[in-house]
Design a protein around this ligand. Structure first.
Ligand code: NDP
Length: 279
């Protein structure tokens, strides 16, 4: 058993990050004497945070916005996903070297499997082409998904993201009705409670959905977005964004400690926290 080590998340802002709650629950469940804290690192200071990790011997780093690209330039080497994306969400030690990885995409794929959603043979429509969308397009490209359609407000970004996977191409809202899985990887819906006046903005018209669709929202605050609720009313099966958050964190712990933690415990801790009922 590894004794008394520290892992941390760096981001800005980071005060409301669920990562400490999820990671501490996982370390406890695995019986590891690790602790996990959040460091608010201002934009432009990511390289200094990585240097501090070296000096302080911090056992693992989670990296969130806005530092994912800068950390990719500050570590000693990158894994395949982080190299393809030019972005890092995990830093770990390999001997004396710091390795940058990206677990976001594989965490997304694992969350679909956990929800019982079959990716093999599926036509997947991804709404968005930012950091999260790119991570899941890259990971879906390593699955047996039939095709990946990238739909984004800014066409040039969609074209760039579609280059990440061989079976990916740029599409439009017309492609949604023939998709099997539709993922919101835009930031639309974040922090907007269903029923509030701001719910006019939805990633796409939910009337496009029927009972053949699996609809996934990466937004997890609120857990049930207005868009997911509307998709469910149209007959779609829905999956919330907490699964991806939990699974990318579980993969981080596997990299740091060699132990894959109990994702059920992690999810319960996150749900409890989101309900304002933190243990
Ligand atoms: P980025 O800022 O990198 O990308 C944002 C994307 O949303 C872009 O494609 C952007 O389009 C699009 N977008 C934003 N506003 C609008 C709008 N009004 N209309 C149309 N498109 C819009 O963000 P991330 O990729 O990092 O994050 C996206 C979402 O995913 C966030 O809500 C984030 O919280 C969530 N997320 C969830 C994770 C999880 O584990 N569940 C993990 C990571 C992120 P354009 O290119 O045209 O600007």
């Amino acid at each position: 058993m590894t004794i008394g080590r520290l892992a941390a998340v760096i981001g800005h802002p980071v005060a409301h990050s669920l990562s400490p709650v999820i990671h501490r629950a996982a370390f406890d469940a695995s019986g590891l004497d690790w602790t996990y804290v959040a460091f608010d690192v201002p934009p432009g200071s990511a390289a200094e945070a990585v240097a501090a990790m070296r000096v302080l011997g911090i056992g693992g780093l989670s990296v969130t916005m806005p530092h994912k690209d800068a950390v990719a330039a500050a570590v000693d080497r990158l894994d395949d996903a982080a190299r393809a994306l030019g972005a890092v969400n995990t830093v770990s030690w390999d001997g004396d070297e710091l390795v940058g990885s990206s677990t976001d995409g594989d965490g997304f794929v694992a969350s679909l499997a956990d929800a019982g959603v079959e990716v093999a043979g599926a036509r997947v429509a991804v709404l968005g082409a930012g950091g999260a969308a790119r991570a899941l397009i890259d990971a879906l490209g390593r699955t047996r998904a039939d095709s990946i359609i990238v739909i984004n407000r800014t066409a040039s970004k969609a074209e760039d993201a579609a280059l990440l996977a061989r079976r990916a191409s740029v599409g439009g809202f017309d492609d949604i009705s023939s998709a099997d899985i539709v993922v919101n990887a835009t930031s639309i819906g974040m922090g907007i409670e269903p029923g509030s006046a701001s719910t006019d903005a939805l990633p796409c018209d939910p009337a496009l959905f029927g009972d053949r669709h699996v609809v996934v929202d990466l937004v997890y605050h609120p857990l049930e977005t207005a868009w997911l609720a509307a998709a469910r009313r149209c007959g779609a099966r829905t999956v919330d964004g907490l699964g991806m958050l939990v699974h990318q964190a579980a993969l981080q712990q596997h990299i740091w400690t060699g132990i894959l933690p109990d994702t059920g415990v992690m999810r319960s801790a996150a749900e409890s926290h989101l309900r304002g009922n933190s243990p």
